[in-house]
Design a protein around this ligand. Structure first.
Ligand SMILES: Cc1cc2nc3c(=O)[nH]c(=O)nc-3n(C[C@H](O)[C@H](O)[C@H](O)COP(=O)(O)OP(=O)(O)OC[C@H]3O[C@@H](n4cnc5c(N)ncnc54)[C@H](O)[C@@H]3O)c2cc1C
Length: 429
């Protein structure tokens, strides 16, 4: 059986950062990071389409959902965007800022980000064990006993629970991620580990940044690949506007995707849980008021009405919106009745989407819900279990698209690693 001062469960973005921060803060102490996946860092490798959107040039607490903004801000301060840029620069991975404000490695290679983290962890003295899937954590007199399944002999997986713990340690940092894309190793098993130690979870844990589905055969599903700049509004059953997001929407065979849809998804899914009549309206002319579209239709003259919409809308979408408003796309603008114009303006600026659900955790980029920050100290130590720290996506914090989720992983990992080293190894906080 091995001994460590600090065991980090999960060696993804947050876990590697926590292990590096702890080992740097307490260089004379033993930090072991364990990960159940056969292939480390799968999520970093697939991030940003293989380019890894490492962070965003401005990151605020308002870019996140879940726990309170004040609690999120406290953690973000531990390691800000400038610190992230410096960290990767020092590790040999300079970042570049794109027009959207997203920061990527200059090389455009997610592999460089992962390699830099693994190299920095090794240089700091972190021992990484994988595949090493933690199945149980027990509190002991002196700390914790960690039970794990390891692939000891290349061919067989050994559950050491029966023969005793895999490792004992003074403290544990849980960085097991959420439930999204479980084939990467983040299968949600961390939640049970935390609950068994008395750490509470939010009542709901659900997919976020996830494509949404429409009924089979819905006209929009016949336009896969069609993209438009839209504004999406989540509305309650009584019509109250709950959240508005602008950006690109992409039609798919199953429904809708694209940055605006991913960003709005968690808001609609949460609203729908509370109120089954909650819906999403789409304005196909992002930011344009209905009156402006109405004015355009009225001044269109004798030309076919579809030409009042396309461009800027693609022809196929303009035709579809006319059909949804029961207006012939070839109808002359000047003879359109007021009622037909009203239907067309609604289809263009406030079309209700008959969403049926989401594509689920299999494709969601992040997980909403988890450990509320209120259950943790500012150093991310569990109030219910001293010596146990929590960081990354397993927390009830999910960011919007644009590098915010990795910034949360870097910042919360650093905060947890430093605090664990201070508490367990006596290093300065
Ligand atoms: C397709 C995709 C693209 C994305 N692109 C971006 C992007 O470009 N920018 C951005 O900011 N965010 C992006 N994200 C989100 C980002 O990847 C995550 O928010 C981030 O990786 C979370 O880091 P984490 O370390 O908390 O969790 P994870 O990265 O999920 O790591 C958790 C680790 O814990 C391990 N683990 C789980 N349970 C156990 C256990 N019981 N025992 C041992 N190990 C365990 C897992 O194997 C895994 O390696 C993307 C996500 C996806 C799915």
């Amino acid at each position: 059986m091995q001994k460590a001062d600090i065991a980090v469960i999960g060696a993804g973005a947050a876990g590697l950062m926590a292990a590096i921060a702890a080992a740097r803060a307490a260089p004379a102490h033993r930090v072991v990071a364990m990960d159940g996946a056969a292939r480390l860092g799968a999520k970093i490798l697939i991030a940003g389409g293989g380019r890894c959107n490492v962070t965003h040039h401005v990151v605020r607490e308002t870019d996140f959902n879940g726990s309170t903004p004040a609690a999120i801000r406290n953690v973000l301060r531990a390691f800000d965007v400038a610190a992230t840029v410096r960290f990767f620069e020092d590790a040999g991975v300079p970042l570049k800022r794109e027009d959207t404000g997203k920061l990527f490695p200059v090389s455009d290679r997610a592999r460089d980000v992962l390699d830099a983290l693994l190299r920095t962890a090794a240089d700091a003295g972190v021992q990484v064990r994988h595949p090493c899937r933690v199945s149980r954590i027990e509190q002991t007199d002196g700390g914790f006993a960690v039970h794990a399944q390891t692939d000891g002999s290349a061919s067989e997986v050994t559950d050491r629970s029966a023969t005793g713990p895999y490792l004992t340690c003074g403290g544990v940092i849980v960085a097991t991620g959420g439930r999204s894309v479980p084939k990467t190793g983040s299968d949600g098993s961390g939640y049970a580990l935390l609950q068994s130690l008395g750490v509470p979870l939010t009542p709901r844990i659900f997919p976020a940044l996830v494509p949404l589905t429409l009924p089979a055969g819905h006209p929009l599903t016949t336009l896969p690949g069609l993209a438009a700049d839209v504004t999406l509004t989540v509305v309650s059953g009584s019509g109250r506007h709950l959240r508005r997001v602008s950006g690109a929407l992409l039609c798919t065979h199953q429904g809708l995707s694209g940055p605006a849809v991913l960003d709005v998804s968690r808001h609609w899914l949460a609203a729908r849980d509370d109120d089954p009549r909650a819906g999403v309206l789409v304005n196909w002319h992002a930011g344009t008021a209905p009156e402006a579209i109405d004015g355009r239709l009225q001044q269109h003259g004798a030309r076919p009405i579809r030409r009042a919409l396309a461009p800027p809308l693609p022809d196929r979408l303009a035709d579809l919106l006319c059909l949804m408003a029961s207006v012939d796309p070839q109808h002359s603008g000047s003879t359109l009745t007021r009622e037909a114009r009203r239907r067309l303006v609604t289809a263009c600026t406030a079309l209700p989407l008959p969403l049926t659900g989401s594509r689920g955790f299999a494709v969601a980029e992040v997980t909403a819900g988890g450990v509320p920050l209120a259950a943790l100290t500012p150093g991310l130590e569990a109030r219910a279990c001293r010596g146990l720290f929590v960081c990354g996506e397993v927390c009830d914090v999910d960011g919007r698209i644009g590098g915010f989720n990795f910034q949360w992983a870097w910042a919360s990992g650093t905060a947890a690693g430093r605090a664990a080293a201070a508490r367990l190894c006596g290093s300065p906080a």
